[in-house]
Design a protein around this ligand. Sequence first.
Ligand code: PEP
Length: 253
Amino acid sequence: MRKNIVAGNWKMNLTLSESVSLIKELKTKINQDSLENTRVIVAPTFVNLFAATEVVEDTMIEVAAQNMHFEDNGAFTGEISGKMLQEIGVNTVILGHSERRTYFGETDEILKKKVEKAIENNQEVIFCFGEQLEERKEGKHFEVVTSQVEKALFELGAENWKNIILAYEPVWAIGTGETASPAQAQEIHAYIRKFIAENYSSELAETISILYGGSVKPANAKEIFSKPDVDGGLIGGAALKADDFTAIVNATI
Ligand code: PEP
């Protein structure tokens, strides 16, 4: 059975002390004994990752990075490699977030290289994809999401998909307060799962966790997560508040 996952993308928020405090609060609020079928992940900014790995020690909370480069090292000023993350105990990385695509020019080709490097390192990838508002209005959302997934991931061997988590994040729902309806989320998740089944196998497709992201809040989490192809969420704004994030985690239980 595939696992539910609730991952908090903290983006460029929280200083070191704020990050440590939030994790400490989560440690007291999240009932660790209830996490048999739910993984809880937090993704602080790079400079706070190492401290985060120390604070989560002996808990069920995991730490992920928000990005990484596709080379191991070299003349790439300001960049961070997968090897650097692994040495500080961070083995999961978010790739393809729409903010990276939009503000930092990350193309399908760049993302393919990043995913392949992460897989080579045996890292786990939370791969984000999703359509813009205009694309949905024009009825191109199925085409856009399949193209994003196919271009970055479909040269991976079936055995590498054990390290892939998908996150459908319609761009029009990120940070806007606008949420895809549970039915809209389910429709895309089922479509992507079928697309994977057709290109790999239905056995593989059934094992892939597909998260929904876009203005998930305590008030809407339960209904979205109740859909059969929605396996948890990638959470932005609400991940910065311990009570809200805990309530969203509890919505998977
Ligand atoms: C995100 O940035 O991945 C996200 C889903 O943000 P929010 O929950 O704030 O819409």
